[in-house]
Design a protein around this ligand. Structure first.
Ligand code: MRU
Length: 352
């Protein structure tokens, strides 16, 4: 397996707390923050100290352990402990609504809580072990996604990406940027064009940072420039992550992704979504059922704390959009590259 090692470890459980990179400080500072309470973890997810679908999944799993540790100190009867912990887990899963990995990882912890026959101390150890397992699996899955994805990257390709689906959106390595890392390991002439990704600028603040740290060539463009460069023949492929994929292949990702997909289709450029199976929500038929997070209007009216518009102007700020499956060339997963008809290929992938 061709593999490009990234040193970035975005989130990690350490003994009794969760350590994560504080992504609100980029690009000026690369700092870690230790999260020691369940409520602080909820806030860290909500305020995007940790962000990116797989990373917030792991954060949610860690948050359940933090709540378990807090409840243990209250010396509750066993049944009350279980009941309250399950309620806290549901609260943790509600920190952000779109990325299904959060609900998925919290559900993995809830299964352990519901099925436990052990005493509380042992149950907490089981939750910690499961958290660690999910962390390590995430990196392994991303490397597999990277390897499959690299097989469809043309020689010397320029890959356009939107938002950040990198090591910093996962435990490490990344999904869309995992594809870039694996492709770059085989062919160092591969390069990336990163959309700025307004309003929160994950492309500018995070993608350019992590690729530069790893020595992978990256060019920053603003969101509206993508079709200009596509027309000029300067983009060979698009690869993005996803926050939730419906059973029919419709894929929610950072707002602006849909526009990129339409532009790619018009210019005949392959458009790939890279995501683990944990991002696929087979309980929903199509993207119409995906809840789209509406975020603070300040993100649109201000850049770096400074207003960029008339005071009091009306604003809308959906955090994500849904790219219809017709625009997606393939979904790169740890089980291979899924192709249309997605209803079929997704179901097949879950059986592998
Ligand atoms: O709002 P964010 O920064 O959490 O949004 C992140 C994205 O949209 C990513 O592309 C997606 O979560 C995939 S991360 C591997």
């Amino acid at each position: 397996m061709a593999e490009f090692t990234s040193k970035i470890r975005t989130i990690e459980w350490i003994d009794t707390y969760s350590r994560m990179v504080d992504q609100t400080k980029f690009p000026e500072h690369f700092e870690y923050i230790d999260i020691t309470t369940g409520q602080d973890m909820y806030n860290a997810i909500k305020t995007m100290i940790v962000r990116g679908a797989p990373a917030i999944g792991i954060a949610g799993a860690h948050g359940v352990i933090l709540y378990a540790q807090e409840l243990e100190k209250q010396n509750l009867p066993h049944n009350d402990f279980i009941k309250q912990l399950l309620e806290k887990a549901d609260y943790m899963a509600s920190a952000r609504p779109t990325a299904v990995n959060l609900m998925w990882a919290v559900e993995k912890q809830k299964e352990i809580i519901r099925n436990s026959t052990s005493d509380i101390k042992t149950l907490i150890e089981e939750l910690k072990a499961n958290g660690k397992k999910l962390e390590l699996e995430d990196i392994e899955i991303n490397k597999k996604i990277g390897d499959y994805g690299a097989s469809v990257v043309p020689k010397g390709a320029t890959i356009l990406t939107h938002c950040n689906a990198g090591a910093l959106a996962t435990v490490g390595y990344g999904t869309a940027l995992g594809v870039v890392r694996s492709a770059f390991a085989k062919d160092p002439s591969v390069q990336v064009f990163a959309d700025e990704t307004r309003p929160r600028q994950q492309g500018a603040r995070i993608t350019t940072l992590e690729l530069t740290m790893d020595g992978i060539p990256v060019t920053l463009i603003t969101d509206g420039m993508c079709s200009y460069f596509m027309k000029k023949g300067m983009i060979d492929m698009v690869c993005v992550g996803a926050d939730r994929i419906a059973a029919n292949g419709d894929a929610a990702n950072k707002i602006g992704t849909y526009t990129v997909a339409i532009a790619a289709k018009y210019h005949n450029i392959p458009f790939y979504v890279a995501a683990p199976l944990s991002t696929i929500d087979t309980t929903i038929k199509s993207g119409d059922d995906i809840v789209i997070e509406e975020r603070s209007h300040d993100e649109v009216t201000h850049i770096n704390g400074k207003p960029v518009c008339a005071e009091g102007v009306k604003v809308l700020n959906p955090g994500f959009d849904v790219t219809p499956h017709e625009l997606i060339t393939g979904i790169i997963t740890e089980k291979g590259i899924l192709k249309p008809d997605y209803n079929k290929s997704i179901m097949e992938a879950f059986k592998l």
